[in-house]
Design a protein around this ligand. Structure first.
Ligand code: SF4
Length: 328
């Protein structure tokens, strides 16, 4: 997709390293350790494209999303949006650029101010960024509420968040993200705290809005099934690095990287008779402080061999997708 469509975001060699708290010994020796939350990732997002970023907790996916919108400052790297490097822009310029890129957060209970009405919450970005006359604000708010299925909009607009269900609150978050007519939104696990039926409603709503609003979406999830349902392309993150990236159907039907294979082999299949080789990965994702030498997946990889423990593989084109693995 990235070769045919207009690229709206280009992330280049992006890093976010956090310094760890130093103990007395470290202070005396001058030694400093870093948590490499995001460690040199590069990817593109095209106009009208849904890119799913998938990883376990601790993989760096939420940090990557926050960096892209400059909710955090990167340690290194570029985030190019239409010729502007978001990583270097001043706050005044960022405010203008944020009109085009919005975020839907994971927790619909925490992300809405309980003291504000739904009208005040959804209209807030318009009041801050001032892209339309004040008289137009109610019309835009009602349209956004209707677009996310909160009907009658006039009824919902005067309620407070505590009067709504989790799914309705997430619809409010989405309406607030849409009100500026963004070119691109980041949705950070927007359905993970909802029950199964509401989850599918929210995913369908995002798909519908992506087409109607002609926008790109970076969808962050730990759930490969959701990624397959929504995405055009998929990015698999492990310990702050991209380990596989490509067209979603290709990667899910024939994964190359052993980590992706293991994730896919552990998705429950509806037919209990259907046979699928299950690949077990040992242990939990380690911390991003003391990374193993060589391939960072090697301590858990069932296919690891000598080279894996000595040299770290970068992303290489393998069978039509990018994979950071020494295997052919
Ligand atoms: Fe496994 Fe080696 Fe590939 Fe890393 S490079 S994923 S350790 S086979």
């Amino acid at each position: 997709m990235s070769t045919k469509s207009e690229v709206i975001f280009k992330v280049k060699s992006l890093k976010k390293w956090f310094t760890t708290r130093r103990g007395l010994f470290d202070s005396l020796t001058g030694k400093q350790e870093y948590v490499r939350a995001v460690d040199n990732i590069s990817f593109e997002i095209c106009k009208h494209e849904v890119v799913c970023m998938v990883g376990e907790s601790g993989s760096g996916k939420t940090t990557a999303a926050r960096l892209i919108l400059r909710l955090e400052d990167p340690t290194e790297g570029q985030i190019l949006y239409k010729g502007n490097d978001i990583a270097k822009e001043k706050q005044s310029e960022l405010r203008k650029l944020r009109r085009h890129m919005q975020m839907v957060f994971q927790d619909p209970y925490e992300s809405l101010d309980p003291r504000m009405t739904i009208f005040e919450i959804v209209s807030e970005p318009l009041r801050v960024i001032k892209i339309c006359p004040r008289s137009e604000i109610p019309i835009r708010v009602m349209k956004a509420l209707e677009d996310v299925g909160l009907i009658p909009a006039s009824d919902f607009s005067i309620r407070f968040p505590h009067e709504l269900s989790g799914g309705q609150r997430q619809r409010v978050s989405i309406a607030r993200a849409l009100i500026l007519n963004p070119e691109f939104i980041i949705a950070d696990e927007p359905a993970s705290m909802l029950d199964a039926n509401t989850r599918i409603e929210i995913l369908n709503l995002l798909l519908d809005l992506q087409v109607r609003y002609k926008m790109g979406i970076l969808f962050i999830t730990h759930d490969l099934a959701q990624a397959r349902y929504l995405g055009h392309r998929i990015i698999i993150l492990y310990l702050g690095k991209i380990v596989e990236q490509g067209e979603v159907e290709l990667v899910i039907k024939s994964p190359h990287h052993p980590y992706t294979k293991a994730l896919i082999s552990n998705i429950p299949v509806p037919d209990p008779e259907a046979k699928r080789e299950r690949i077990e990965i040992e242990g939990e994702i380690p911390t991003a402080i003391q990374l193993p030498p060589g391939c960072r997946f090697s301590p858990r990889c069932p296919y690891a061999f000598e080279r894996c423990k000595e040299e770290e593989p970068e992303l290489m084109m393998k069978h039509g997708r990018l994979s950071a693995c020494w295997l052919d």
